[in-house]
Unconditional design. Structure first.
Length: 378
C-alpha cells in the first residue's frame, strides 16, 4: 500500500508540474525576442530646399546619412516634425506657404513624398505640431498681407496616407509673427509664441474635430521677442525663449483650463541670442540653442523654476546655432547650426551636462533650421 501511495503521489506531482509549465506558456519554446528600434533624425535645410535624414547610433549618438538623403522639399523649409505614430514627417515652408508631407520607411528611415504634397497653409509657415493621437496637425504661420495677424492652420491627418485636409474653421487667429507652436502631452491644449506681439496664444483643442478655441485670458504676456516654446513631458509647464532679451519665460499650465501663470522668478536669464528651447523626455532638463552654444538648465519638478547647470553653456563646434532637440531615448541632444551642420551631445542623466559625441558636428544641408528625432519600433 505504501508503495502504491508513493507512486500515486509522484504521478500527481508530475501532472501538477506539467500543468504549471503549460499554464506559464513555457512549452519548451524560446521567449519572444526584445523589440528592435530604429532611431532617425531629420533636418530642414532652409537654403537648399531639402531635408537631410540620418540614422542615430543608439549607443554613441553619432549620425550617419541615410541612403537617398537629402530629400527634395518645397521652398524655404523652416521647421519639421514627426507625427506621434512615427509614420510621417512634415516640413513647414516659409516661402512657399506650404507643408510638405513624407512617409517614413520604418526600416531605412528614407522619405517618400505623400500624394498631394505639398499642402497649402495660407501664410508663411514657421512651425508645426500634432495632437497626441496623431489625428490633427497645427501649423503656425505669419499672415500673407503686410501687418496681417498671424494664424494657425489646422489639418486632419489621414493616418493611412499622411495626407492633410483643412479643419472646419481653419485658419485660427494668432498673434503677430507667430514663430513656434507646441501641443501639451494630454492633447488638450496648444500654445503659440508670437514674436512681434510679445505674448503666447493658448487654445483648447476639440478632441473630436481638432478645432481650436482661445483659452480665457489668452494671449498671455511674455518677454520681448518670443522665438520658441516647449511644453514639458508632464504637461505642467511651458518654457518660452526670447531672442531680444536673452531670457526664458516659464509658465504653469492650468490642467483644467489651459491658462498660463508665470512661475516665480520668471523670466530666467539665458545667454545672448536665444533661438530655440527643448525639454528632455525625462522632464528634468531644458536646453536652449544660442549663438555657437547650447545652455542647459535643471527643472524643479515641483515649481518649474530653472537653474543653470554647471559647465553651461556648452560649445557646439558649429556656427549660429538655430534649433535644439533631445532624442526620444533622452540620451542625446542635437543642435542645428545654420551654416550646414548638426552638433550632437551625450546627456548626463544625473546632471544634464552635455558632452560632445565623437565626430560632431555632422555635415547637413545649406542653411540648417529645424530638427526632429523619432524612435520607430520594428
Amino acid at each position: 500500500m505504501k508503495t502504491i501511495f508513493r507512486k500515486g503521489v509522484l504521478l500527481g506531482l508530475i501532472i501538477a508540474v506539467s500543468i504549471v509549465a503549460c499554464s506559464s506558456g513555457d512549452n519548451g519554446e524560446d521567449p519572444p525576442p526584445p523589440p528592435v528600434y530604429h532611431y532617425y533624425a531629420y533636418v530642414a535645410n532652409y537654403n537648399s530646399n531639402d531635408v537631410s535624414a540620418f540614422n542615430i547610433n543608439a549607443t554613441t549618438g553619432a549620425l550617419t546619412a541615410i541612403a537617398g538623403s537629402p530629400f527634395a522639399a518645397d521652398e524655404g523649409p523652416a521647421s519639421l516634425a514627426v507625427d506621434p505614430l512615427g509614420k510621417f514627417a512634415y516640413v513647414a515652408h516659409y516661402w512657399s506657404n506650404t507643408v510638405s508631407a513624407f512617409t517614413i520607411n520604418a526600416t531605412t528611415g528614407a522619405l517618400t513624398a505623400v500624394a498631394g504634397s505639398p499642402f497649402a497653409v495660407g501664410g508663411y509657415a514657421t512651425s508645426i505640431a500634432f495632437d497626441k493621437s496623431g489625428k490633427f496637425a497645427y501649423v503656425a504661420a505669419v499672415g500673407n498681407a503686410l501687418d496681417a495677424p498671424g494664424i494657425v492652420s489646422g489639418f486632419a491627418i489621414n493616418t493611412s496616407t499622411g495626407a492633410l485636409t483643412p479643419l472646419a474653421g481653419s485658419p485660427f487667429a494668432a498673434g503677430d509673427l507667430p514663430s513656434s507652436i507646441a501641443v501639451d502631452p494630454s492633447g488638450k491644449f496648444a500654445y503659440v509664441a508670437n514674436s512681434e506681439s510679445d505674448d503666447v496664444s493658448a487654445y483648447a483643442i476639440n478632441a473630436a474635430t481638432g478645432a481650436l478655441t482661445a483659452v480665457a485670458g489668452s494671449p498671455f504676456a511674455a518677454d520681448d521677442g518670443p522665438s520658441s516654446l516647449a511644453v514639458d513631458p508632464s504637461g505642467k509647464f511651458v518654457y518660452v525663449v526670447h531672442y531680444w532679451t536673452s531670457t526664458i519665460s516659464a509658465f504653469v499650465i492650468n490642467a483644467t483650463t489651459g491658462a498660463l501663470t508665470a512661475i516665480a522668478g520668471s523670466p530666467f536669464a539665458a545667454e545672448n541670442v536665444s533661438d530655440s528651447v527643448a525639454v528632455d523626455p525625462s522632464g528634468k532638463f531644458a536646453y536652449v540653442a544660442i549663438f555657437e552654444y547650447v545652455s542647459a538648465f535643471a527643472i524643479d519638478a515641483a515649481t518649474g523654476s530653472l537653474t543653470e547647470i554647471a559647465g553651461s553653456p556648452f560649445a557646439t563646434g558649429g556656427d549660429s546655432s538655430y534649433s535644439v532637440m533631445a532624442d526620444p531615448s533622452g540620451k542625446f541632444a542635437y543642435v542645428t547650426n545654420s551654416g550646414s551642420s548638426v552638433s550632437a551631445f551625450a546627456i548626463n542623466a544625473a546632471t544634464g551636462a552635455l558632452t560632445a559625441v565623437a565626430g560632431s558636428p555632422f555635415a547637413a544641408g545649406d542653411g540648417v533650421r529645424g530638427i526632429a528625432t523619432v524612435r520607430i519600433k520594428q
